[in-house]
Structure formats: C-alpha cells, structure tokens
Design a protein around this ligand. Sequence first.
Ligand code: CO
Length: 214
Amino acid sequence: MRVLKHLFENNRAWAENVRRTDPEFFQRLARQQSPSYLWIGCSDSRVPANQIVGLLPGEMFVHRNIANVVEHTDLNCMSVMQFAIDVLKVRHVIVCGHYGCAGIRAAQRGDQLGLVDHWLRHVHSVCQKHAPQLAEVADEAQRSDRLCELNVIEQVAKVCHATATRDAWERGQELAVHGWIYGLQDGLLRDLNTTVTAFDETHAAYHAAISGVL
Ligand code: CO
C-alpha cells in the first residue's frame, strides 16, 4: 500500500528501454525543454496526451483538467498558457476534447457529484448557450457528443482571447490555436476546423466551426 512496487519496476524498465534506443536521451532533456506544442486536454485516464500523438517526453507541454476547460479566472490554466507561450515559445496550442466525456455528460444532465459541480458550471454555460440547437438532437449520446465538440470550440475562442495569446500575436509571434476531438472508440483525432493564427480570425473561425458541428 505504501510503496507502489510495480510502478517503480515499470519505470525502471521504461527508462532502460529509452536509454537502449537513445543513450543520450535523458542527459539531453535534462538540460532544457523546447516543446512546440501546448496541449489542453481532459484529465480522463483514457486520453493520454503524448501517447495519442506519438510524442516523446520534451515535445509537448501539457495542461489537463476535467472537461478541458479554459477559464480566464483560472490562475493555473492561465499560468500554464503564459509560460508555454512567452517562455517556451510553443508554436501551437491544442485544445483537445473527447467523445464520451463524463464531465460533459454530468454538466448536460445537471448531475450532483459534489465539489466538481462548481467546475462543471463552465460546461453547463456552454450547454445553455447552445440549448436550442442541442435540443434538436434526439439521441442522448449524440447530444452529449455535440456538446463535447461545442465545448472545444468555445474553449478555443477563450484561448484566443487570453492575454498571453493576444500579446504574442501583437508582437508578431507565430502561434496557432487548434480545436480537436478524440474518439475513445477508435483512438482517432478529428480536427474541428477552428484553427486560429491571428486574433482577427477568431470570430469567423468560431462561427464557422459552430455551424460545422450543429
Ligand atoms: Co473528459
């Protein structure tokens, strides 16, 4: 109970395996990180960021929370974004949701799960914003999947409005913001076509993406 022996064994085997294919790997990474991507995804254990896109340690900066929410009042998320954009100079911010997200479903149903309900109010707002269009989807699972997509598109717009992002674009730094969704059933990513590379594209990209999923 106190020592998770099997995890340490796994770790030793993994490190050994990495060293066998690239003896300098850890020494090189220990000196510095220079990832090109910031991933903002769901905490769900079935959506491991690096693995899905086949990236190694050092290649992607990662922030995960329940239902991949970007909130301007969330000091954690905003600090991650600011550090990734200003200091690490990532070229891409990827907001990645996933179908079958339990957080999205709970927000949609108005389930009472405890403290997490406060967090899920952010998703509930997305649900209310698009309530008339969502009501047209008869099947509950499909309606939930639509909300998973809408939630990503809304969060992308919030990334674009964040100070760190706008400042980067204003000083001419190259930065693209993407909205993706992952399928638990097939392990595949889908682009929600809401990519923004300059602040003045935000509005059009948002509306095009929303009409693309509804
Ligand atoms: Co989720």
